[in-house]
Design a protein around this ligand. Structure first.
Ligand SMILES: Cc1cc2nc3c(=O)[nH]c(=O)nc-3n(C[C@H](O)[C@H](O)[C@H](O)COP(=O)(O)O)c2cc1C
Length: 199
């Protein structure tokens, strides 16, 4: 099994999403001995804003291809995704702009767009200063990620959520406890690798 571990928070060791993606990845590794893990840190090695390739800019094209190759090779993807201004950090958006590629990860047909990426499970580790579970109309982070991943064909999108992190000590502790319960639940059952191979 191949795991793809992606972090995007610029907050280094203070980042909650980084702590939670690391915990989830290490649990998935323990659950599946021999799993290979590829790590991409979108903050330490940021992808530039997407732009059309310049004539001689082979470096950018290689980076773009590497991002796509990593996605296609992965069985399970874990993405650390803080909420920034109701949406996602620009570092993560630059990655999304590399994986939504017409002709590669989706195509337009007479019946509309069709996703081309199949047989993957994606975990979104969602961190938020405030709380949005009761106000989904303000959430352009989880809803956006579910939408764009679904658009390229990935329908198995699961969330590990820590929200209310900046609302005081008690809500923060509750958020972390709840996210750790999500991780327990996520790793309580083996991943459906049989389905994945058939996809
Ligand atoms: C630039 C910026 C924008 C933010 N925007 C929001 C927001 O719109 N809603 C919210 O609930 N929290 C917001 N936050 C708080 C973060 O979501 C929260 O601190 C979270 O823990 C960040 O994840 P991290 O700890 O992995 O970096 C923002 C933080 C920053 C730095």
């Amino acid at each position: 099994m191949n795991l793809l571990h992606i972090d995007s928070s610029p907050l280094g060791q203070h980042s909650v999403s980084r702590q939670l993606t690391a915990a989830l990845i290490s649990r998935l590794q323990r659950q599946t001995p021999g799993a290979e893990t590829v790590y991409r840190d979108l903050s330490a090695q940021p992808l530039p804003h997407w732009a059309p390739p310049a004539g001689t800019d082979t470096g950018a094209a290689l980076d773009d291809q590497a991002v796509l190759d990593e996605l296609f090779a992965a069985d399970v993807v874990v993405i650390g995704a803080p909420m920034y201004n109701f949406s996602i950090p620009t570092q993560l958006k630059a990655w999304i702009d590399r994986i939504a590629v017409a002709g590669k990860t989706f195509r337009y047909t007479e019946k509309g767009p069709e996703g081309l990426v199949h047989g993957k499970t994606v975990y979104i580790v969602s961190t938020r200063g405030g709380a949005y579970s009761a106000a989904p109309q303000m959430d352009f982070q989880e809803a956006y990620l579910r939408q764009v991943l679904g658009f390229i064909g990935i329908s198995d999108v699961r969330f590990v959520r820590a929200e209310g992190l900046n609302m005081g000590a008690e809500p923060r502790a509750a958020a972390l406890a709840s996210a750790n319960e999500d991780i327990d639940r996520a790793t309580a059952v083996a991943l459906p690798l049989g389905d994945r191979k058939a996809a």
